[in-house]
Design a protein around this ligand. Structure first.
Ligand code: AHN
Ligand code: ZN
Length: 325
């Protein structure tokens, strides 16, 4: 018994001669985990940013929606674009698109990976008041997480994991005001796309074993604390992901620390679809906002994108997926 456990522990971070990691799948089987190519992920981040801020009702938003859907199709996913019109609290209509990619729809064991792809319409935390009504690039807050998911999708399409994978790119996450409370019926203007999807999934009764939301996963020196709602609703998933990260050498990014409560798209998934879903999100306990100092400023641009952080998150999530039956 002891031997077997030791064997399993070694395999969690073994690297085979092909350069790929090997993951121990429940039971005895060992599978190769593809290498997350961080140059691809960086490039996908830059491409999204190059469209301009992805704010609903703009041509940049329209162009990026097409880009993301086309990419997922190219990687072998079945793509549904869920387009609808929602309304801001002042009645303004916004045309949104949730972009959903499905790999191996016939499989019943499914993992859902998600991120928001829109960018914030106003830089309300910018130090310069003249910038506060300008839309942000959202290189980290939006593009980086979608880029990591695109690279995961590309790898999953090339060598299919045993479990089915659903990639859900939510729109209109980032229009909220800081006093909005998304746990109430009038959840304000955060997470509008994920709220809509959770109430109107792309397939009736959509279910996945669990979900992982990526949000702000590409900043320098990021640390991902165990977010409060993730622990409330899906502590077993937190445990699984943090264990893998630590086993494959990314423990510095995923410390064993509890973070604050963050109202994010994963909450909609937990509350309205009952899918245990965690949020991997950079947390800065000592900053005033809880986030990086460029958060919701015009400085959320390509200059603040870290390849190392993208790699740590992307490789960890890939490893988790390939470890599933
Ligand atoms: C709140 O600050 C209430 N939620 C943060 C969710 C968020 C904004 N993620 C990215 N931008
Ligand atoms: Zn934001």
């Amino acid at each position: 018994m002891l031997d077997k456990l030791f064997f399993a522990a070694v395999l969690t971070f073994a690297v085979c001669s092909c350069g790929k990691q090997a993951a121990k799948v429940q039971g005895q089987q060992v599978v190769a985990v593809p290498e997350f190519n961080v140059d691809s992920a960086y490039h996908y981040t830059a491409e999204q940013v190059s469209f301009g801020p992805r704010v609903p009702n703009t041509s940049s938003h329209e162009a990026c929606a097409k880009y993301l859907a086309d990419k997922l199709k190219t990687f072998g996913f079945e793509v549904t674009v869920q387009a609808t019109t929602l309304h801001l609290l002042d009645g303004t209509p916004i045309n949104i698109k949730n972009i959903i990619g499905v790999l191996s729809p016939e499989k019943t064991n499914r993992i859902m990976l998600c991120a928001h792809w829109d960018s914030r319409p106003f830089a309300d935390y910018d130090p310069n008041p003249a910038n506060r009504n300008k839309a942000i690039d959202g290189a980290n807050d939006g593009a980086g997480a979608c880029a990591a998911l695109l690279e995961i999708a590309r790898q999953a399409g090339l060598s299919q994991p045993a479990a089915g994978v659903d990639i859900i790119l939510f729109d209109a996450e980032d229009w909220g005001k800081n006093h909005d409370d998304i746990t109430t019926k009038h959840h304000g203007e955060w997470c509008m796309g994920s709220h809509y999807w959770a109430k109107n999934p792309h397939t009736p009764d959509y279910h996945a074993n669990y979900g992982i939301l990526l949000d702000m996963v590409s900043g320098y020196d990021a640390q991902f604390y165990k977010e409060y709602y993730s622990m409330e609703y899906a502590s077993h998933v937190v445990q699984k992901v943090w264990n893998v990260a630590q086993a494959i050498g990314y423990g510095n990014y995923f410390p064993n620390r509890n973070g604050g409560a963050i109202e994010d798209d994963h909450l909609q998934v937990n509350l309205y679809r009952q899918i245990p879903c965690i949020d991997i999100i950079q947390y800065e306990p000592d900053s005033e906002t809880g986030f990086a100092d460029f958060w919701h400023t015009l400085d959320d641009n390509m200059e603040h994108i870290s390849r190392e952080t993208l790699k740590a998150v992307g490789q960890t999530v890939l490893h988790v997926i390939y470890s599933e039956k």
